[in-house]
Design a binder for this molecule. Structure first.
Ligand SMILES: Cc1cc2nc3c(=O)[nH]c(=O)nc-3n(C[C@H](O)[C@H](O)[C@H](O)COP(=O)(O)OP(=O)(O)OC[C@H]3O[C@@H](n4cnc5c(N)ncnc54)[C@H](O)[C@@H]3O)c2cc1C
Length: 461
């Protein structure tokens, strides 16, 4: 029987879960605290430049994500990243060095010293860790143990800064790079595990899709707009959920609208709001297990500032022939890295101009995000000038601050996941979906949405 389901939060998790629930015949209403959908996914057009305030790309590798984009009719709107932007740079000795993209490149790369390359080659000979598989280890310790300290400093640290805005010294290897940990557990080595997994996949059906790094005509906003368009759900903007009250078999969702509080009744509620906001929810007639919500509100998020810069092409010495440049912590810059937006995607800058995005802060230097707008833009400018050989002033600067940009799956993350499971078990028809649980990338959230819809549907029927 169709049910009426409330979703708190109109980010990608809320929108995709709404879509998946509607596909199963349910009716959905979404309550969103903000005045727009998509959370950090937002595109701004300015002076002929196209800026992203959050995600710049969607990486498609899974069949479900490819099929989902197709179902939304987005195939026509897809803009794949230019092939000649496939090079990634990492800073070593103060200058951008291309990241080796194939095993032969690995033998000659300037990014690692000969000793580090040799250390990498003997990875299969390094004994696997003894003892309890369940022990949570930091990513830094795992990588240093298996691949050596230089690979940690010049490959994993900048990568993790770019993906999680995170610190490998605090992130859990198991929760942030599960596959690598499994390779060691299964084959005693990352390299052997990867080879074994590749061989096993030959001839067998799997869920992979051709790898595509993409955005859309109109930028990432197109994804949000299409989702909003394709779901029937009413979305109440500027309507934060304040209270959940159990009334017989229903949940009464009480939300704020201006100075007033209003309420509607639902068969189930899906919470996709960031965990730090859960402490603002009141509960009546049914309560989560003691301490679970308090603990969830402490799940760490890294802050990050996104600085968009536009320059005349002639002002930039670097060829910008790649995806972007990442900065290892040991190189002592202020920025986490920069994306060469106009090299990746056409029509994101006026002719003879370039569009760069610079990331500042993260778990590495959260204190920088507390500085004034002017200071943050100046830090970003200072570092890209140095790295990309830029002279002159930018044509424009645009800053977006994310106080809690990305949840950090640190050592001990399992405790948070257990609390979420406990709350779902204790409270009938209360569910959680979101980047604090499902993975931080947009594709993770899109993949999980049908699974959330399946279990909600099963419980309701
Ligand atoms: C700067 C940045 C760059 C990124 N780059 C990439 C990238 O290139 N590729 C990629 O795949 N991913 C990227 N990500 C990650 C990805 O964007 C996020 O993980 C994803 O958008 C999170 O979606 P969500 O729906 O889980 O959470 P959110 O988008 O945070 O949605 C939660 C929603 O809940 C709302 N809310 C809060 N409180 C309440 C309440 N009381 N009632 C109702 N609603 C409430 C919020 O306003 C918000 O809209 C990036 C993230 C950031 C910040």
């Amino acid at each position: 029987m169709p049910s009426h389901i409330a979703i708190a939060g109109a980010g990608i998790s809320g929108l995709t879960t709404a879509y998946a629930l509607e596909q199963r015949g349910h009716r959905v209403t979404i309550f969103e605290a903000n005045d727009h959908a998509g959370g950090p996914v937002r595109t701004i057009e300015r002076d002929g430049y196209r800026l992203e305030t959050g995600p710049h790309t969607l990486l498609v590798r899974h069949r479900l994500v490819a099929e989902f984009l197709d179902e939304l009719g987005l195939e026509e709107d897809i803009r794949e990243a230019n092939d000649d932007a496939s090079t990634r740079y990492v800073v070593r000795n103060g200058r951008p060095v291309p990241v080796p993209m194939s095993p032969p490149d690995l033998l000659t790369t300037d990014l690692l010293t000969p000793a580090a390359r040799l250390r990498l080659l003997i990875e299969p000979l390094i004994p696997a860790r003894d003892g309890d598989d369940a022990v949570d280890e930091t990513l830094a310790s795992f990588v240093q143990r298996r691949l050596g300290v230089e690979v940690l400093d010049y490959a994993v640290d900048p990568l993790v800064g770019g993906i999680f805005a995170g610190d490998p010294g605090r992130l859990s290897a198991r929760h942030s790079f599960e596959r690598l940990v499994e390779f060691e557990e299964d084959a005693g080595s990352i390299v052997l595990g990867a080879i074994r997994s590749k061989l096993n996949s030959i001839g067998s059906e799997d869920d992979s899709a051709p790898r595509r790094l993409l955005s859309f005509d109109g930028g990432m906003q197109t994804l949000v707009d299409r989702l909003v368009d394709r779901i029937d759900a009413d979305i109440h903007f500027n309507s934060p959920v304040r209270k959940l009250r159990r009334d017989d078999d229903d949940w009464r969702v009480i939300y704020q609208r201006g100075n007033a509080r209003r309420g509607d009744s639902f068969d189930a509620v899906v919470l996709t709001m960031p965990t730090h906001t859960l402490g603002t929810l009141e509960w009546e007639n049914a309560r989560p297990p003691a301490g679970a919500i308090d603990e969830l509100t402490t799940l760490p998020y890294a802050p990050c500032c996104v600085v968009s810069l536009g320059f005349e092409r002639r002002r930039v010495g670097h060829a910008l022939d790649g995806f972007g440049v990442l900065v290892p912590k040991v190189e002592n810059f202020h920025i986490l890295g920069s994306l060469f937006v106009s090299s990746m995607f056409d029509a994101t800058a006026p002719d003879d101009h370039v569009n760069l995005t610079v990331f500042v802060g993260g778990a590495r230097q959260p204190e920088l995000t507390e500085r004034s707008d002017g200071d943050i833009c100046e830090l970003a400018l200072h570092d890209v000038r140095r790295l990309l050989d830029i002279d002159g002033a930018p044509q424009f600067t645009h800053l977006t601050r994310w106080k809690r940009a990305i949840p950090q799956y640190e050592v001990g993350h399992q405790v948070f996941l257990d609390h979420i499971d406990d709350i779902e078990r204790a409270l009938p028809q209360i569910y959680f979906a979101g980047n604090f649980r499902d993975g931080i990338g947009l594709p993770n959230l899109m993949q999980q949405a049908p699974e959330h819809a399946r279990r909600i549907d099963e419980a309701l029927s």
